[in-house]
Design a binder for this molecule. Structure first.
Ligand SMILES: [Zn+2]
Length: 423
């Protein structure tokens, strides 16, 4: 969620009936920027276990300038740098204590709410200690097995990820159920559960994006509201981590429609947190990104012309994301028909021909054909399907927000939370 995503989202939310561009909830909370560099991998440490595994996963950062989500989540969770691919362990594979673990040890309640699988890099870094972020079985086990006073560290865990949490060989959700947690798999049970300790898994892997969800799937705002209502019953307070996980996934797909869908999902979740904090007066909210993705640009060169404009109407014209359009075309065999079903956007005869002749069985190719049309018509640009090293924005609300004003390293987030916990 680099700065370009915030600008694009502001344009998407703009009320066309007024002459000014209205600000977003994010804009009203801006306090600073952070840099996202991971630990570099130099000659003398390449044979350590962590960096060897980082090499093996192909996600190492040789000079430490462009982070992955594991290294940046480790910085947020522990205040320490690590190499890309590693979750809350140092280069010698030693566990680094996390802010969530500390909150639990101090008698607070803890929660995590995401739209990725719950064992994906960001949430995993707050609980698991593992040098390879892709080791999902091991990470899932650690959500239950890493305990304090005979209990798991997490009280409320909501997101996707039935796949590794409900395996035959180790069913982690059954372990949680055996000690009294509610295990929930749809929105109705989420809203009706009155157990303060729950694991809610609403998809095998990640949830569908906001635009593509059905009524059985909760929004990030639904999950955030439920999490706060449960966690806030603890008089000692609580720690909650909420991630709009798929802003990044849409960035990897170079899909501006999906990215804006997930920005809206995230902003609405932030509104839930803000409503609570405004009323409560002693809750600190911090919002930031682990990195930016895709090299999104608002404005692009199309057919050799540099356009000084960006057309948000094109993005607003979609009722489904390009990914969902391509998935449906895989079933129906007709990319053009699925495209026309999902959007009121007018496209040229040449563009129609491209979609008509596409092979929808090739999902990523079909997806790219759709996003290319969106990009050309909206003047949206991308430079990579990976991450970029740009600084990201920092937002805050609450009694200690003034301490975050300025430019910081991403380890500041954990340092700040550890300090608040010590107060
Ligand atoms: Zn990513």
């Amino acid at each position: 969620m680099g700065p370009a995503y915030l600008k694009a989202y502001r344009m998407i939310k703009d009320d066309p009936k007024t002459s000014e561009v209205e600000t977003t909830l994010f804009d009203s909370l801006l306090v600073g920027t952070i840099r996202t560099d991971p630990q570099g991998v130099s000659g003398e440490i390449t044979d350590s276990s962590a960096s060897a595994k980082a090499f093996a996963t192909g996600k190492k950062a040789v000079n430490g300038r462009v982070t992955d989500s594991a290294a940046s989540a480790t910085a947020f969770a522990t205040g320490h740098k690590t190499v890309n691919g590693s979750l809350s362990v140092n280069l010698e594979n030693k566990p680094l204590p996390t802010v969530l673990e500390k909150a639990k040890r101090m008698g607070k309640s803890t929660g995590m709410v995401v739209t990725s699988q719950v064992y994906h890099a960001t949430p995993a870094a707050f609980i698991a200690h593992e040098s390879n972020r892709d080791n999902y079985s091991e990470i899932s086990s650690q959500f239950f097995d890493n305990q304090f006073q005979g209990q798991p560290y997490i009280d409320v865990l909501l997101g996707g990820g039935k796949k590794y949490f409900m395996q035959d060989k180790r069913n982690v959700s059954k372990d949680f159920a055996s000690i009294g947690y509610d295990i929930i798999t749809n929105k109705k049970s989420l809203l009706s559960s009155n157990n303060n300790r729950i694991v809610g898994l609403f998809a095998d892997i990640g949830l569908k994006k906001k635009l593509d969800r059905n009524k059985d799937t909760p929004s990030l705002a639904d999950m955030t509201r439920v999490a706060i209502s449960k966690l806030s019953t603890n008089d000692n307070g609580f720690f909650l981590m909420v991630e709009g996980s798929q802003i990044d996934w849409a960035g990897h797909e170079n899909d501006i429609v999906g990215a804006m869908s997930e920005m809206e999902d995230f902003e609405q979740a932030l509104k839930e947190a803000l409503d609570f904090a405004i009323n409560d007066k002693q809750t600190q909210i911090i919002v930031t990104a682990d990195h930016s993705t895709g090299g999104l640009s608002v404005g692009a060169t199309v057919d050799g012309t540099d356009y000084y404009q960006w057309n948000s109407d094109v993005i607003r014209a979609f009722q489904l994301t390009p990914n969902e359009i391509a998935l449906r075309a895989k079933v129906s065999g007709d990319l053009l028909a699925e495209f026309e079903e999902a959007t009121s956007l007018i496209i040229s005869e040449e563009e129609k021909l491209v979609l008509r002749e596409a092979d929808p069985k090739q999902h990523y190719k079909a997806l790219a054909l759709v996003t290319k049309i969106v990009d050309r018509q909206s003047y949206t640009g991308w430079t990579t399907q990976g991450h970029t090293g740009v600084d990201v924005n920092l937002y805050a609300f609450g009694p200690n927000s003034s301490q975050l004003v300025g430019h910081w390293d991403n380890t500041k987030i954990a340092d700040f939370i550890f300090e608040l916990l010590d107060k």
